[in-house]
Design a protein around this ligand. Sequence first.
Ligand SMILES: [Zn+2]
Length: 534
Amino acid sequence: MRPRIKFCGAAGTVTGSCFWIKSDAASFLVDCGMYQGSKTLKELNYGDFPFSPADIDFVLLTHAHIDHSGLVPKLVKHGFTGPIFTTEGTRDLLAFMWPDSAYIQETEVKFLNRRREQKGIKTVTPIYDQSDAHDAINQIKTIDYASWTDPMAGVRMRYWNAGHILGSASIEVEIADSAGETIRLLFSGDIGPEHKLFHPNPDAPDSIDFLVCEATYGDRLKTPLSPEMRRDRLAAAINEAIRSGEGVLVVPAFSVERTQELLIDIGILLREKRIHDSLVFLDSPLAIKATQTFALYADDLEDVSHSDTFLFNDNFVFTKDADESKRINAYKNNIIIIAASGMCEAGRIRHHLKRRLWNPNATVMMVGYQAPGTLGALLLNGKKAVRIQGETVKVRATITDLDVYSGHADADGLEEWVLDRMPVRGNVFLVHGEPSSLDSLRSRLITAGLSDERVVIPELDNEYELSPQRAEKTKGDTKPRIATATASRLDWHNDLAQLSLDIVDELEGAADERSRQIILRRLRRALEKDERPD
Ligand SMILES: [Zn+2]
C-alpha cells in the first residue's frame, strides 16, 4: 500500500489539528488537537475519532497549544498506548496544560449535568479526566531538535525549531513505501514570526515531497516592530490607562507565551521608569505555572538575561489562591491585572471584567486574537452591555487593542517560509486557516510560481494517497464528519447569543417603559406563526 494521509482536523478551519498517516510500516498521528470556536465544531470533540485509537502506533506533537494537543488524553482514554514524541519544552508545558484541560472538561460537564438532571435528561461524561491526562503525560518521550529518531522500522523523523512558542517544532518525516521508495513529508506546525521574543527564527529543511503548512494569517500583513518600538507602544498604552496612578488596566492574556512576553516588557518598562509605579497582578494559576516553566528555560530563550527577569520584580504579584485573587477587588486604582483566558471565555478574567467593566476608570486591553463570537470580540466591537456568569454588565470601561505581539508569521512570512522549502516535488497542502486565509495564501504561492494543481486546500476528513511526485485523493473509508463549509462559520448558537445581547441593548437604550413595550410587542409578533390563508 502507498502511504496515505487523512486530514482529521484543521482542514478548512484553524483548530483541531490532526493528520493521520498510514503506511505498511506504521499508522501514526501528527498532532491531535481540540476543536475550538462554534458549537458545531466543539461537538466534534465529543464524537468518535475517524480512526481506532488502539491501532495508532505513535503520535508526533508539534507543540503544546490545546488546538494541537488537547485530544491526546482522549486518545489515551480510548485505547492508545503508544509513545507520544515531543520536545522537552512541550513536555514541560503539557505536564500542567493537559491536567488543566481535564479540569475544564470535568467542571463544564458537572455544571451541564446539574442542568440535565433537573430536566430529567441523561447525563454526559467529560471528554477526559485528570487520570487520562496523567496517563498521557506518562506516554511522552522527549526528543531533541535536529536529531533523527526512528519510532518504528520504516519511519524516521526530525524536529525543527518553529519559533512559535516554547518547545514548538516543525516535523520532518520519512516513510519507506512498499515500492522501496522513501517519501519525505514536512509538517509546519504553527510558524512564528521573524524576530519573535524568546525564540530564534523558524528553520526547516528543503527538497521534500509533501508539505503540510499552516495558513492562520495567510491574508494578513503585520508591520514588523523592533523590541524598542513594541515597548514604546506598550508604554503608551499603559500610561494612557493608568494615567498618574488613577486608572486600572485589565489585560486578558493567553497563559502560555503571551503572558510571559508582557511580563518581560512590563518589567523592563518599570525598571526604566517609563510607566507609573503600579502593582502588576498575574492572576491565573495556569499562567503562573507557564511563567515558572519559562523561567526554567531562561538560559535557552533569546532576549532574556536570566530567570530573575520574570519572577523577582518587586511590583509583580503572582496570586496563590482564589482568596488572594478576590483581594485584588479591593484595589481601586494604580494596578495592572493580567488574567486568562485570552479571549475572556473562561478563567479569572471573567470575574475581573464583571467587577471592572462598569467603571470608567478601567481600561481593558486586548493583546491577542479574539475569535468571532467570544466575549473579547464583543467588547472590542463596542458592545454597551455584555452577559457574564448570567448577569448583564454595562460597559463603561475603555476597551483597547494593542496589536504588537504575535505568535504567528504573517502572510509575507508564511509565503517566504514555504518558498524556502522548495523544491517540493509533490503537493503543498494548506491547513489551519479560515477559508479567506487559505485562499489568500494559495493565490500568493501560485503567483510566486507554484503550479495551480500542486497547492491543495483539503477538506475535513479528506484522504490522499501519496506517491513520491503527487498526491491522489481517495474515496476515503469514512464519511466527512461535518461539511467543511460549516467548519469555519459561526452557527446559530453564536447568532442567538448575539441577538439576545442586541435585544437587551435595545431595551435598555429605549426612552421609557412604553417604548420598551412596543419593542417587545414587535418581537413577539415576529415569533408568531403566519396564519393568513394562502
Ligand atoms: Zn499554536
